[in-house]
Design a protein around this ligand. Structure first.
Ligand SMILES: [Zn+2]
Length: 368
């Protein structure tokens, strides 16, 4: 399975300048190649190469391999759509390959740049250290929010799919991000507190930086502060989602179980949001948690079973009675038929597990 490994570079000022100049030249060259190809009706790597290669190297001071990469960037765009001529911004990503990028041990990357190669140190934590040997093929250099990163494609081995003895039902939500049929709850409280805190800061900043009549924009400093804040909030949420998904997969794998989730067929009406902002935040974060659970499950060999999401929150797990009134409150489930009363998300997680149990062949637990 292909994943992306992110390495944060720590260039000196001079190195950052060299990278910035290289990035600008690379993207100008890619734009030039795209325009020439578009005008001539040539969209392939080879034909475009014949058309622009020498001109490009003379104009943009790129090495031969970098010129090839710049042409490839234009070609990649044409592969998606030949009806528009792409233009690349000066800080758009550069795609490096092994001929123009190499690693020296676990701490330094050597990158081709205009004016000579630069040896840039990068941050390498235990996660990166364990995966660095798996970097295969293309690596993108990106500049994001004032920082430089290498996004490396890595090939991770997938564990053989385990034969599940049972299923762990997982209900994803907003108040509780994840609740399992084992009764474990991952509360969304910390995430919500973080979001509220940032929302307040944001309001303050928006008040401080009024939109200019002339440009229709806020002052640059305020804009940057707002952007930084959004990034920090997203990073926090990503971290939470990584932790939850990791715990869920470990618990399923450790007990020889598959994981059951609701299939995404419609937007659930059961989460009611206070504000549109919250709905937006919850929307992408929700999708992110699902995506994390799914890819970690694939790596770990844990089968994922998707079940019909209808009435998982209104159906009673004891007697099967379905009624809206069963959902006593956001948190409480109380069956109007059999009086079964429990946490609403726990009831839903159990329904999800039960639906999955009939969908997958379960391996009998060996008797001890
Ligand atoms: Zn009931």
């Amino acid at each position: 399975m292909k994943l992306t490994l992110q390495l944060r570079l720590l260039p000196t000022h001079a190195q950052a300048d060299a990278l910035r100049a290289t990035m600008a030249a690379f993207n100008a060259a890619a734009t030039y190649a795209a325009q020439a190809g578009f005008a001539a009706g040539l969209f392939g790597q080879v034909s475009l190469h014949h058309l622009v290669y020498y001109e490009m190297r003379a104009t943009f001071a790129l090495s031969s391999q970098m010129a090839v990469r710049a042409i490839a960037k234009a070609v990649e765009c044409f592969q998606r759509d030949k009806t528009v001529c792409p233009t690349f911004s000066p800080d758009s990503a550069i795609c490096y390959d092994q001929r123009v990028l190499s690693f020296h041990g676990l701490s330094t990357a050597s990158l081709w740049a205009i004016g000579g190669r630069v040896e840039v140190p990068f941050i390498c934590g235990p996660y990166q250290r364990a995966r660095q040997g798996r970097i295969k093929g293309q690596t993108d250099l990106v500049y994001r929010g004032g920082a430089w990163y290498l996004l490396c494609t890595i090939e991770m081995p997938e564990a053989p799919l385990l034969a599940p003895q049972d299923v762990l039902g997982v209900d994803l939500g907003v108040v509780n991000l994840a609740t399992t049929s084992d009764g474990t709850t991952h509360s969304g409280h910390a995430v919500e507190a973080c979001r509220t805190r940032y929302a307040q800061c944001r309001k303050g900043l928006q008040r401080a930086g009024t939109v200019s009549q002339m440009s229709g924009k806020r002052p640059k400093k305020i804009r940057q502060a707002l952007q930084r804040m959004a990034q920090k909030e997203a990073a926090f949420r990503r971290d939470v989602n990584h932790c939850i998904s990791k715990t869920l997969i470990a618990s399923a794998k450790g007990t020889q179980r598959g994981i059951a989730l609701e299939a995404l067929t419609h937007i659930r009406s059961r989460s009611r949001f206070r504000q549109p902002q919250r709905a937006r935040t919850a929307g992408w974060a929700f999708a992110q948690l699902r995506a994390f659970i799914e890819y970690k499950a694939t790596l770990a060999g844990v089968p994922v079973v998707l079940v019909d999401p209808r009435h998982t929150s209104q159906g009673c797990n004891r007697c099967g009675h379905v009624e809206r009134a069963n959902r006593f409150s956001q948190a409480r489930f109380s069956c109007t038929q059999c009086d079964y009363t429990t946490h609403a998300d726990f009831n839903a997680a159990n329904n999800i597990r039960d639906r999955a149990r009939v969908k997958v062949p379960l391996v009998a637990v060996p008797l001890r």
